[in-house]
Each structure stands twice: as structure tokens, then as C-alpha cells.
Ligand binder design. Structure first.
Ligand code: C2E
Ligand code: CA
Ligand code: CA
Ligand code: CA
Length: 278
């Protein structure tokens, strides 16, 4: 696999002092970034492996900073979570992403990431449904991705939130599967429709026998539980071929291209005649 291209984001000096200063700067900057529209969705292709067709996109947050350039969600999502800004930010990203999808071909789907923190908000489902209604994006084309990390201090509330969303037709995916502990217990906690294999196993699939065994086991598990598998972090054709042979349902990763800005995704779809006129 290729070396991961982490350098596409702005990275900062790693000395502690600088880091603290940056963290304070990021936190105060983030507060105004949301109303200014600087937190934007990028779109990563999701491919149906067996047909080779475009299934849709995963929505990935970016901070389009006026002086620092694109800032990675790995830097600002944790801050947004700790400060409670994640709720507003997430709804803003969804609003932008669903609006962008208004003139996309109706076969195209969207996956959005929900922080476990958001599952403490008893009104989360209603808020998401409101954004769907406002933008006209059908819940049946929406998948919600949840990570198992720090999952659900209030399981009953999380269950009721995802129950409401699923009643509208949305689907639920367990993200980063294999990375936390008690992954299997979490599979039973919520009504998941899909498992996403973490990219750490996929990237090393053809180089590490252990990774191959783990991916194999997850695909078999998915088959037994009737849960299709999405592999993330597909960086080359050899890995794609291996996943396809294993019976993996969907794939995403840099092999298909880097995540696209809203303008770039429009151009991409127009070239493939996947935009519709209203
Ligand atoms: P994730 O949900 O596991 O997303 C996959 C990450 O892997 C993305 O990084 C994506 O750009 C990267 N990636 C995709 N293909 C490849 C590949 O072939 N090779 C390698 N090495 N990496 C690949 P990104 O966009 O930096 O996102 C990082 C994390 O930030 C996400 O991990 C997700 O946990 C979080 N995140 C992003 N957007 C949101 C959001 O809107 N809300 C929440 N709550 N979290 C978000
Ligand atoms: Ca994800
Ligand atoms: Ca993931
Ligand atoms: Ca992740």
C-alpha cells in the first residue's frame, strides 16, 4: 500500500507550548467558524464492489480555514465534542451535504458520521429529520455511521434515537469495527445494518497475514449476522481485488480518489451524467 498522505491537511508544530496555544486558538476560532460557514462537507466515494458502481459518498468534515487552509477533522472534532459545539456543527454539515445532494442522481446515497456525544441529545433524531425535511433529502438514502469508541453511556436513549431514524428509513453502520474493545457486544446493542472494517486492517491486507485473517473473520461474521461489510482505506487495485474475492460488499479509499469538495463533487457527477435537472 502507498504511504498514507496525511500531509494534505495543515499540521502544526508539535512542541507542547505551541500545541496548547494552537488548541486555544482552534477552540476560539471554531466557535465563529460554524456560523461563518467554514466547516464544510467533503465527499468520499463509496463503491459497490461486486458491480463496480458508485453507491454514494461518505460525508467528511473539513475546516476551510481562511489562513491555515484545510484543517483535519482529527484536530477539530475532539474540540467540538469537548465544548459541545459538535451538535450544531454536525447539523450544519448535514444541511450542506443534503442540500448539495439535491440534484444528484436518486440512486446515490450519503453516509454521515455521528459522534457518540450526540447520542446524549434526546432530540437528535427530530433535529436530523428536520434537516432532511428542509433539504428534501430522503431518509432512505441516508446511512448513519457510529463508532464503538466510548459508546453509549445511555444505551436506552441511543436506542430510541436510532430507532426513530430507522423508522424513517435511515440505515445504521458500525464504524471502525475491530479497533475498540467489546466490538461484538456493541453489535448487539444497536440495530446495525452494516459493519465498516477499520482502515488499519484494510491498508495492510496484502502485507500482513494477521490483517488478512482479521478481515476474513469480519467478513464471515457479517455473513452469519446478515450484515454487509464496507471496507475503508482501499488504497490500490490489489486490495480491492482481494476484498471483492472475500465477498466484501462496499469499498472506499484513495484508490477511488481523495475526498472531494462540494464544487468538485458536482463536476465529478456532471461528467458521469449523474446530475439531474429540477
Ligand atoms: P472515519 O469516519 O474513519 O473516516 C475515514 C478517514 O480515513 C477519513 O479521514 C478519510 O479521509 C480517510 N481515508 C479515506 N480513504 C483512505 C485511504 O485509502 N487511506 C488512508 N490512509 N486514509 C483514508 P478524515 O476525513 O481525516 O476523517 C477522520 C475522522 O474524523 C473520521 O474517521 C471520523 O471519525 C471523523 N469525522 C470526519 N467528519 C466527521 C463529522 O462530520 N462528524 C463526526 N462526528 N466525525 C467526523
Ligand atoms: Ca466514518
Ligand atoms: Ca471509519
Ligand atoms: Ca475513524
Amino acid at each position: 500500500a502507498k504511504k498514507s498522505g496525511r500531509n494534505r491537511h495543515a499540521w502544526f508544530d508539535h512542541s507542547m507550548e505551541r500545541e496548547l496555544q494552537t488548541r486555544n486558538e482552534l477552540e476560539s476560532g471554531l466557535r465563529s467558524a460554524i456560523p461563518r460557514g467554514e466547516i464544510v462537507p467533503y465527499f468520499e466515494q463509496q463503491i459497490d464492489l461486486q458491480s463496480g458502481r458508485l453507491h454514494g459518498f461518505e460525508v467528511l468534515a473539513r475546516w476551510d480555514h481562511p489562513t491555515r487552509g484545510l484543517i483535519s477533522p482529527e484536530l477539530f472534532i475532539p474540540i467540538a465534542e469537548e465544548t459541545g459545539m459538535i451538535a450544531e456543527m454536525s447539523l450544519s454539515i448535514m444541511h450542506q451535504a443534503f442540500s448539495a445532494a439535491r440534484d444528484w442522481h436518486p440512486s446515490l446515497n450519503l453516509s454521515v458520521n455521528i459522534s457518540p456525544w450526540q447520542l446524549r441529545d434526546a432530540w437528535l433524531a427530530q433535529k436530523i429529520i428536520k434537516v432532511l425535511t428542509e433539504t428534501g433529502f430522503p431518509a432512505s438514502r441516508l446511512e448513519i455511521e457510529i463508532t464503538e469508541s466510548a459508546l453509549f453511556d445511555n444505551l436506552a436513549l441511543a436506542q430510541s434515537i436510532v430507532g426513530r431514524l430507522k423508522n424513517q428509513g435511515a440505515r445504521l453502520a458500525l464504524d471502525d469495527f475491530g479497533t475498540g474493545y467489546s466490538s461484538l457486544a456493541h453489535l448487539r446493542a444497536l440495530p446495525f445494518d452494516r459493519i465498516k472494517i477499520d482502515k488499519s486492517f484494510v491498508i495492510s491486507l496484502n502485507e500482513s497475514a494477521d490483517s488478512a485473517a482479521i478481515v476474513n473473520a469480519i467478513v464471515s461474521l457479517g455473513e452469519s449476522l446478515n450484515l454487509p461489510i464496507t471496507a475503508e482505506g482501499v488504497e490500490d487495485a490489489a486490495i480491492e481485488a482481494r476484498l471483492k474475492a472475500l465477498g466484501c460488499a462496499k469499498a472506499q479509499g484513495w484508490h477511488y480518489g481523495k475526498p472531494l469538495s462540494p464544487a468538485a463533487v458536482r463536476k465529478f457527477l456532471a461528467e458521469r451524467r449523474l446530475l439531474v435537472q429540477h
